[in-house]
Design a binder for this molecule. Sequence first.
Ligand code: ADP
Length: 377
Amino acid sequence: VYNTALSLIRTTSVITAGPSTSSCSNSAEEESGYVVDPAQGNAYHMGQLLGKGGFAQVFLMTDVNNGKEYACKIIRKNRMQKVHMQKIAREIMIHKELNHVNVVQLHHYFEDNLNVYMLLEACPRKSLMHVLKYRGKVTEPEARYYMKQMVTGVAYIHAQNIVHRDLKPGNMFLSDRMIVKIGDFGLATRLDGQPRRVSFGSDGVTSRCFNVYCNVASQEAHVNMQTLAITLKTWERSNLDRIMNYNIPGFEQNLSWTICGTPNYIAPEVLYKRAYSYEADVWALGCILYALLVGQPPFDTTSLQETYDRICNNHYREVDDSIASRNGQDLIKWLLQPNPELRPSLERVKEHAYLTKEHVPTSLPLISCYQMPRASV
Ligand code: ADP
């Protein structure tokens, strides 16, 4: 399987720059509405478009043999640079090992001449981002329901030595039964063994930003560096210009290729310190819990620079009794500790009174995606 993932890299012979936002569906097969896995001969029927990501389109896909439905992430190869394919191969290598009720299952993956296909567990109730969009915020029992599942899922991911690095409501997918499914491992990394620190740039800003954990030698560093720089794009243009001066091959194209969202869920050590680890995911979960209860993430402002300053100064409006119980307030403060060493592991968060002593619903009605459920929740 490892070889297959690597073959994704080797088959990328055509290297062209630029964003890959064009349609994925123009091969003869796709126009016929079917895609065939060339290795296994299995045919899949392509259904509706479920969404578009930075470098992928996601379609509902049905296995014609057994009628099983998947969300199929289709990544077009001809616009990919080698480093992009390496990133996808890495995402697949990480994601395929994960098997947990609160993690989107990667059932199968294959490639043809045009595309890479990832057959994912379909999550028809979309994501917590959509819940927040419709609802503004949710009730405390709902927040506990979502939080308990997010914590369980991310604790499992951490137990596999993986940091997700992009936890946000949009990556908290919801199954047809409203079960939280953590998805999108495009920025995830494995922290096996002794991580090596890699530095780029000798001046203050870039060396702070480019000191990243690296465990697969320079290729990994290259990918991490892009991730950080892309984050910076949304943050401070002047820093970006300085980074570009380092003249890293393929770097410029990347900037228009994958865009991270706002820095709302990024931990301070990611912005400031030399290395970051599992604690950055713990921070992001604190931000998500806050957003669920309050209706906006804790450091949200109209200015990216201001948001960045607030993250670094731990400046947010504390949750009061009208919004959350004392246990809830306590948990948020614990998760949003500016010092990552003081943040709890998720195994400890699982035992927190907010999730163990207070009412956590065992299920939510589907209507709760759009409106406040009745008192029974
Ligand atoms: P990228 O990694 O390129 O950003 P994503 O994984 O975020 O791509 O997917 C893009 C969009 O596709 C998502 O925002 C969502 O709307 C939809 N999507 C992704 N995975 C699923 C899934 N498992 N079930 C249903 N829709 C999905």
